[in-house]
Ligand binder design. Structure first.
Ligand code: HEC
Ligand code: HEC
Length: 260
C-alpha cells in the first residue's frame, strides 16, 4: 500500500517535471519574451543575427529547428551547446528561467522558408570535387582533404549568407580556432600554414601538404600570427554565377547525414 502511494507520488512528480520541461513556462508572456529578446540580442546575435536571421550560426527565425521542434529540444541545445561546434553551452552561466525566456522569444517566429538558393546541389557537388578544387582541402563525410574545416554538416551550422561570404570573401569571419602562422627562418625562408599552436616561445603549423612544422622563437627570425584566410580568394571570378549558386545549394544541403 505504502509503495503504491509512493509510486503514485513519484509518477505525479515526474509528470509535473515533464510538463514543466516540455514547454517554456513563459510561452506567450509578453514581458518575459521582451526579456528573452534582450538576452538574445546581447548573447546570441553576434552569431545568429540581430533578428535571428542567421550569420555565422544558423537562422533561428524559421519556426523550425534541426535539434527538434519542442520547446524542450531548443532548451537543451541552448543549455548544453553543440559539442565540437561554435555553439557554446549556456546551462552553467544562465538561470533555467532565463533560457526558457529565450526559448519563448524564439517561439514567436512564424515558419519562414529557407533563403532560396537558385542552384542545383548535384551540379554543385560536381564543382566541389572537380573544377572548384574544394575537396582537396575540405572533407564531406569520409572523402576529401583536411587542411580546411570539415564541411559534413556545414548546411546545418551556418546560414546561406555566411556560406556565400566564406566562398567570395574568405577571411571576413573565420571559423573559431583558425589562424595563419608565418615563420621567417634565419636563412630567409618563409614558411606559412594553419597554426595549430602558438605561445611566447614556440609555434606549430600545418602546411598545405598536411606536414606539421614546429619552431622555437629563438631559432628563427620571426613568428607572426595573422587572422587571414588560406582559402583561394578568386572564386568570385574563376567560378561562374551559376557555379557559385550550385555550390551554395550543395553546401546548404550538407546536414551531416554523410557521416552516418
Ligand atoms: C559563437 C557563435 C554562437 C553563439 C554566441 C551562439 N550560437 Fe547558437 N549556434 C551556433 C552554431 C555554429 C550552431 C550550429 C551548431 C551545429 O552545427 O549543429 C548553433 C546552433 C544553435 C541552435 C540549434 C539550431 C537548430 O536548428 O537546431 C540554437 C537553438 C541556438 N544555437 C541558440 C542560441 C542561443 C539562444 C544563443 C545565445 C544564448 C546562441 N545560440 C549563441 C553558434 C552560436
Ligand atoms: C587551399 C585549401 C582550401 C581550398 C582549395 C578551399 N578551402 Fe574552404 N577553407 C579552407 C580553410 C583553411 C578554411 C578556414 C580558415 C580559412 O579561411 O583560412 C576554409 C573555410 C571554408 C568555409 C567556411 C567554413 C566555416 O566553418 O564557416 C567554407 C564554407 C568553405 N571553406 C568552402 C569552400 C569551397 C566551396 C571551396 C571550393 C570552391 C573551398 N572552400 C576551397 C581551405 C580551403
Amino acid at each position: 500500500m505504502r509503495w503504491r502511494v509512493l509510486t503514485l507520488f513519484l509518477s505525479l512528480a515526474v509528470a509535473a517535471a515533464g510538463q514543466e520541461l516540455e514547454r517554456s513556462p513563459f510561452h506567450g508572456d509578453e514581458t518575459s519574451i521582451g526579456v528573452g529578446k534582450a538576452s538574445f540580442r546581447l548573447r546570441c546575435s553576434a552569431c545568429h543575427g540581430i533578428h535571428a536571421e542567421g550569420g555565422k550560426g544558423p537562422p533561428l527565425n524559421r519556426g523550425e529547428f534541426a535539434a527538434g521542434n519542442r520547446d524542450v529540444d531548443i532548451y537543451r541545445v541552448i543549455a548544453r551547446g553543440v559539442p565540437g561546434t561554435e555553439m557554446p553551452a549556456y546551462g552553467t552561466r544562465n538561470t533555467e528561467e532565463n533560457i526558457w525566456r529565450i526559448v519563448a522569444f524564439l517561439r514567436t517566429f512564424e515558419a519562414v522558408a529557407d533563403e532560396p538558393v537558385d542552384g542545383d546541389a548535384e551540379r554543385g557537388e560536381a564543382v566541389f570535387w572537380g573544377g572548384g578544387g574544394c575537396g582537396g582541402c575540405h572533407k564531406v563525410g569520409r572523402r576529401g582533404g583536411s587542411y580546411g574545416p570539415d564541411l559534413t554538416r556545414i548546411g546545418r551550422s551556418r546560414s546561406v549568407q555566411h556560406l556565400r561570404e566564406a566562398l567570395l570573401d574568405p577571411g571576413k569571419d573565420l571559423p573559431a580556432g583558425y589562424f595563419v602562422v608565418k615563420v621567417v627562418t634565419r636563412d630567409g625562408r618563409t614558411i606559412s600554414g594553419i597554426g595549430s599552436g602558438i605561445d611566447d616561445f614556440s609555434a606549430q603549423l600545418r602546411d598545405a601538404s598536411g606536414k606539421l612544422h614546429s619552431f622555437l622563437r629563438e631559432e628563427v627570425e620571426s613568428i607572426e600570427r595573422e587572422f587571414t584566410s588560406v582559402m583561394p580568394s578568386g572564386y568570385g571570378e574563376s567560378l561562374s554565377d551559376q557555379q557559385q549558386r550550385d555550390l551554395l545549394a550543395y553546401m546548404q544541403a550538407l546536414r551531416g547525414e554523410e557521416s552516418r
